[in-house]
Design a protein around this ligand. Structure first.
Ligand SMILES: [Zn+2]
Length: 294
């Protein structure tokens, strides 16, 4: 059974890109009789705000889509689903990686890395220095090396391959403030919830490579079998990142102006390649996706 998730971050009001990602994920899952989890990523609790949490639920309602598992509202989220409640699981994964010898401790400053790096990646300064993992202001990095191919099973785009060494190098898995990195939290949660279909923007292709690499080291059975769809990013007509006027503003502004989400479904239909006729609602999108047997 297909299991996927909507994974917004409550550190700002949602925008068009979030809505498109929700809508295409929802339509594919419903067309295949899969299950949808709402997974709110509040790893950075300092940036979480109640109005952003509320906005996630209002947006889902406004789009007229639904999910099968996850919080019923902001209070239920904070009581049962916050990533802050799952920190022990993330630290357990870090402990496992460390014990297996996949990590090393790094005390380099950003400035030092900038000065020594030839390609923007970490130059590996601390790799062979055996620094103390538990010293203050110490980041933990995973050994990737300068070149490492990772294969990504892709939906629609087929199998893709990236060079994780070139894209990310020895990336950080635990930050200097001891917080687990996004790559760890996202992966541990996806494995926990048995997610096997992940929709995300093309900008996250290196992240997917990083997470598949970690999943392999951790022996995760679900994530290593998952399929990914890295969709195009929304750009303006000139191919540039969207300006405010072109639709990068918050969906909240659209809702408050009484706009319906019709345009969002039309773009989503385009992305999915189901462009026969006008598609302006979640029901119409779902019907079109079912028709095409995507
Ligand atoms: Zn270092």
């Amino acid at each position: 059974m297909l299991r996927t998730r909507l994974a917004p971050t409550p550190s700002g009001y949602l925008h068009l890109g979030n809505a498109l990602s929700f809508v295409v994920t929802w339509a594919i899952a419903r067309a295949r009789e899969g299950q949808i989890l709402l997974r709110i990523d509040d790893l950075d609790a300092g940036r979480r705000r109640p109005e952003y949490l509320e906005d996630i639920f209002r947006t889902i309602e406004w789009l007229d889509i639904d999910f099968d598992e996850g919080p019923e509202g902001p209070d239920d989220f904070l009581a049962q689903y916050s990533q802050q409640l799952r920190l022990p699981q993330y630290h357990e994964a870090l402990r496992q990686l460390k014990e297996q010898g996949h990590l090393y401790a790094c005390t380099c400053s950003r400035k030092e890395i900038r000065q020594l790096s030839t390609n923007g990646n970490y130059p590996g300064t601390c790799l062979k220095q055996g620094k103390d993992f538990d010293a203050p202001r110490t980041a933990w990095r995973v050994k990737v090396g300068p070149t490492r191919e990772v294969t990504i099973p892709g939906w629609k785009r087929g199998i893709e391959s990236i060079d994780l060494g070139r894209e990310m190098g020895d990336f950080v898995v635990r930050q200097k403030n001891r917080a687990p990195a996004y790559q760890i939290a996202s992966l541990v949660d996806d494995e926990h919830w048995k997610i096997n279909f992940i929709v995300r923007g093309l900008d996250l292709l290196p992240s997917t490579g990083a997470q598949l690499y970690l999943a392999d080291l951790l022996g995760y059975e679900q994530f290593t079998q998952a399929t990914f769809w890295h969709h195009d990013l929304i750009t303006g007509e000139d191919g540039q990142k969207l300006s405010k006027s072109a639709g990068a503003d918050a969906l909240k502004t659209w809702r408050e102006a009484g706009k319906t989400p019709g345009d969002i479904f039309q773009i989503a239909a385009d992305w999915l390649g189901v462009t026969e006729g006008s598609i302006r609602t979640s029901a119409e999108l779902l019907a079109a996706v079912k028709d095409q047997n995507l």
